[in-house]
Ligand binder design. Structure first.
Ligand SMILES: C[C@H](O)[C@H](O)[C@H]1CNC2=NC(N)=NC(=O)C2=N1
Length: 99
């Protein structure tokens, strides 16, 4: 299991994950995305679910009609690890293909 990243490492990574916010400390990386329709949003969730299973690393997902909020943290470590950066990058790719 990956180790917790330093504040500096997460901040540096956020330069390329520019749709994501991070409140620091043990908080998760968070991204919201509005999809064209509810079904498009659910399709994104379905694709992310497959990726999460392959990675054995799972985001928290909030679904509000066609707006999705993803939160990526490593629960067992209490913060952000390299797995969260990789998962956030993959979520970006799924969203980019859907909007
Ligand atoms: C056994 C298995 O690897 C763990 O339960 C995994 C599953 N998915 C997970 N996902 C996330 N985000 N954090 C975890 O600590 C975590 N643990």
């Amino acid at each position: 299991m990956a180790d917790l990243l330093s504040e500096e490492a997460v901040t540096t990574a956020l330069a390329t994950l520019d749709s994501w916010t991070w409140a620091g400390g043990s908080s998760a990386l968070v991204r919201t995305a509005k999809l064209p329709t509810f079904l498009a949003a659910i399709a994104v969730v379905d694709r992310v679910a497959v990726i999460a299973e392959q990675m054995d690393h799972h985001p928290d997902i909030d679904i509000r009609w066609r707006t999705l909020t993803f939160a990526c943290a490593t629960h067992s470590k209490g913060g952000v690890t390299d797995l969260d950066l990789r998962l956030a990058t993959q979520i970006d790719e799924v969203i980019a293909a859907a909007v």
